[in-house]
Design a protein around this ligand. Structure first.
Ligand code: FPP
Length: 232
């Protein structure tokens, strides 16, 4: 296997914040911001393919997002559905593999079906993994892992046991987490997995995010000195 360039993150997690503000600033409904947010997802996937990023995790719907109006929630579901259906063939031919984390059994059945389908049809791909965090929360993830371990009859757990039973089991931890819109919060994203992730909080609102912003963030990442608790 080719050596990976340590200056380029292998796995990037993205907290896509600012869709609502982007829309409100233009006196548009919030879901127009989410719609533009989907275009930013598409741009980011294409940019990641060019930059040889291997895994992109998008925080698309959190366990706390159920607090929003049903109009907004249904609007997001509709956009995710359209995105998957509309882009499936293109991403398939680009070698993108789709996976998801979180409890999608709470989503409308047709959406679950579309998700299962894109995962199945892209499972042999290996250019880029796009991981959709859907009805996902970092705390819920840890609870999910602990309950799986209890069910297995285990009496004592190790860090490794928890890591291997999270929704992200088998995926490397994110090297880099980007949250757009300038808000400096983690909002229950990948809590266990981000122990040594580098963080960036660019001011750009998610619907405006493009290849230039991604490259700029990666440049910042490449200058960080990752020590993982050790010394250099
Ligand atoms: C945060 O902006 C955005 C969300 C909670 C939802 C984002 C979801 C999408 C763009 C769909 C993603 C779909 C795929 C397929 C990856 P906000 O509404 O919290 O913005 P605000 O803080 O400005 O109000």
């Amino acid at each position: 296997m080719a050596m990976r360039n340590k200056n380029i993150p292998n796995h990037i997690g993205i907290i896509m914040d600012g869709n609502g503000r982007w829309a409100t600033r233009q006196s548009l409904p919030r879901n127009v911001g989410h719609k533009e947010g989907i275009n930013a997802v598409d741009r980011t996937i294409k940019a990641a393919l060019k930059l040889n990023i291997k895994i992109l995790t998008f925080f698309a719907f959190s366990t706390e997002n159920w607090k929003r109006s049903s109009e907004e929630i249904n609007g997001i579901f509709k956009l995710v559905r359209e995105f998957i259906k509309g882009k499936k063939d293109e991403y398939k031919s680009l070698g993108v593999k789709f996976i998801s984390i979180g409890d999608i059994t709470k989503f409308p059945e047709d959406l679950q079906h579309e998700l299962d389908r894109i995962k199945f049809e892209t499972k042999g791909n290996n250019s880029l993994i796009v991981n959709l965090a859907l009805n996902y929360g970092g705390r819920a993830d840890i609870v999910y892992a602990v309950n799986k371990l209890i069910d297995s009859g285990i009496k004592k757990v190790s860090e490794e046991d928890i890591l291997n039973n999270l929704y992200t089991s088998g995926l490397p931890d994110p090297d880099f987490i980007i949250r757009t819109s300038g808000e400096m919060r983690i909002s229950n994203f990948m809590l266990y997995q981000m122990a040594y992730s580098e963080l960036a909080f660019p001011k750009v609102l998610w619907p405006d995010f493009n290849e230039r912003h991604l490259k700029k963030a990666i440049k910042v990442f490449s200058k960080r000195n990752r020590r993982f608790g050790g010394i250099t």
